[in-house]
Design a protein around this ligand. Structure first.
Ligand SMILES: *Cc1c(COP(=O)(O)O)cnc(C)c1O
Length: 502
């Protein structure tokens, strides 16, 4: 797979109204967010055709990843990308992104066979390696210290991704009273020489606010700088997290074609359970780059701000926030939506919408933007009851055990079907977490009751369904606890400084 004749891709900010020069992908990955507050986007989109798909079909997942990534991250060599993908996906249990047929016209793309059993691994097993190489490529002398506040899942996936990656350290703060027992155990038993985990006395907002304060504290930044360290983040607005997510849509298409579920060139629809809009936006990029996708179905839970947005063109965050059984989709500000706006209307308009959102909590897009969006996207949402029913239906009718996030997507895919009876395209539904990550909710959906302990729920679910508890989630109690204790929010900066010394 030679890389001759590929067009080089630069990166520009979604809020760049001045027309600054594009930067390299390594620089974009190192920076994470643009100094103007915008997100980085490619200045031109690579195109993949039928011959590319045929080539991709013949190779394994890391080979596919290197081929696709190579066209967006043009300042990385093929060897660098291939070795990152090989190392990143080596810790997966079998194929990283298997496609499973669930009905005559629906397929499920399972993205949770990585070390933390949720789809964040697909990007977080690769992005840290890209970041580490980006430091070398950009001539950065300092090492990166990743700071993360987590409500549970992202922290563990980031710890696993960064563990022992050269030139990086990672410190994760979690709310002492805001994560489940399993999530806490997953984090405090984390292995690796460059990791640290600490509880914060308070809730997720306290931890998050504390981290933001440290990012803006000149005394911390200069003290770390004196030791050759700069602060960085691993959150999903970094282009290095988005790019690896484009790969699995191409990979799924190739697999469906080689299994005869579709003919090469056939259009498909894709339904994605959505929170921060990263996963579904990666599907949009795949479409813009030539993958035959017709419609993108944006699936939300009771926090249905995106459903309203695609329905009305108004994004209004001045609304109640609900806690649901699909917590990773409990979001009112979907950061990556900014990238979509930029794609359809450019930096000027995007910057104005984002300003309105931060000042007034609401913006309303022009009719032209609405039309462009509704050509491709449609939004649906599912209630808690519909989510529960989808878990039960999927297990009883297809023998497929799904988690609540995936169930939201299945319920929304069903609504889309009902509204569009004439559409005959195959639907790819994205499955984002192992059912065992949310064993209590899944067990409750199947039996109407649940034990209050998640480990017991997992054992009962396994017994009931005859499916195994994934290895990363079993035997947690017997692992060595490496990190204990918690600090009040005002002590977080001291902890960062003392970790920076080690
Ligand atoms: C993060 C997450 C999502 C939402 O993905 P976005 O890229 O934020 O839209 C959905 N399901 C699970 C299980 C997740 O962890």
């Amino acid at each position: 797979m030679s890389r001759i004749n590929i067009q080089s891709v630069g990166y520009i900010s979604t809020r760049d109204t001045k027309g600054l020069s594009p930067i390299t992908s390594a620089e974009a990955i190192k920076r994470g967010i643009s100094p103007d507050g915008g997100l980085y986007m490619p200045d031109n989109m690579p195109r993949f055709g039928i011959t590319d798909l045929a080539r991709l079909t013949k190779t394994d997942y890391p080979g596919r990843a290197a081929y696709i990534l190579g066209r967006y991250l043009t300042d990385f060599t093929e060897e660098e990308l291939l070795s990152s993908a090989r190392a990143g996906y080596a810790g997966f249990d079998g194929a990283p992104a298997p496609v499973r047929e669930i009905s005559g016209r629906e397929s499920l793309l399972e993205l949770w066979h990585g070390p933390t059993c949720a789809f964040k691994d697909m990007a977080l097993q690769v992005m840290p390696r890209l970041l580490s190489m980006s430091l070398d490529k950009t001539g950065e002398k300092r090492d990166a210290l990743i700071l993360t506040a987590t409500s549970g899942d992202t922290g563990k996936a980031a710890l696993e991704g960064f563990r022992d990656v050269p030139r990086t350290k990672i410190m994760v703060f979690y709310p002492s009273h805001g994560v489940s027992a399993v999530q806490r155990l997953q984090m405090v038993t984390q292995e690796g020489g460059n990791v640290s985990v600490l509880g914060v006395d308070g809730n997720f907002d306290d931890a998050q606010t504390g981290v933001k304060r440290i990012f803006g504290d000149p005394s911390v930044i200069s003290a770390l700088g004196g030791r050759g360290i700069f602060l960085s983040s691993a959150n999903s607005i970094n282009w290095g997290r988005l790019a690896p997510q484009i790969v699995y849509y191409f990979s799924a298409y190739c697999d469906m074609a080689s299994e005869g579920r579709i003919k090469p060139g056939d259009e498909i629809d894709v339904c994605v359970p959505t929170g921060n809009f990263g996963d579904i936006f990666a599907a949009y990029i795949a479409k813009v780059s030539g993958l035959p996708i017709a419609k993108l179905i944006c699936a939300s839970n009771r926090n249905n701000i995106l459903t309203d947005f695609f329905g009305t063109g108004v994004y209004d965050r001045r609304r109640e926030f609900y806690t649901t059984s699909s917590p990773s989709m409990d979001i009112l500000i979907s950061s990556n939506l900014e990238r979509l706006l930029f794609s359809v209307c450019g930096a000027e308009e995007t910057a104005a919408y984002m300003k309105a959102l931060s000042e007034n909590g609401v913006y309303s897009v022009s009719q032209g933007v609405r039309d462009a969006l509704s050509d491709v996207f449609c939004g649906y949402c599912a209630s808690e009851e519909e989510c529960t029913a989808a878990i039960k239906h999927s297990w009883e009718n297809c023998g497929c055990l799904v988690d609540p996030h995936t169930a939201v997507a299945l319920a929304c895919a069903g609504k889309y079907r009902a509204d569009n009876p004439g559409v005959r395209r195959r639907m790819l539904v994205v499955s984002t977490a192992s059912p065992y990550k949310f064993a209590g909710s899944v067990l409750n959906a199947l039996t109407g009751s649940r034990p209050d302990d998640e480990t017991k729920a997992a054992a009962a679910l396994s017994e009931l369904t005859g499916t195994p508890v994934p290895a990363p989630l079993s035997g947690l109690e017997s692992k060595t606890v490496r990190f204990g204790g918690s600090v009040p929010p005002e002590k977080m900066a001291d902890e960062v400084l003392s970790f920076g010394k080690r």
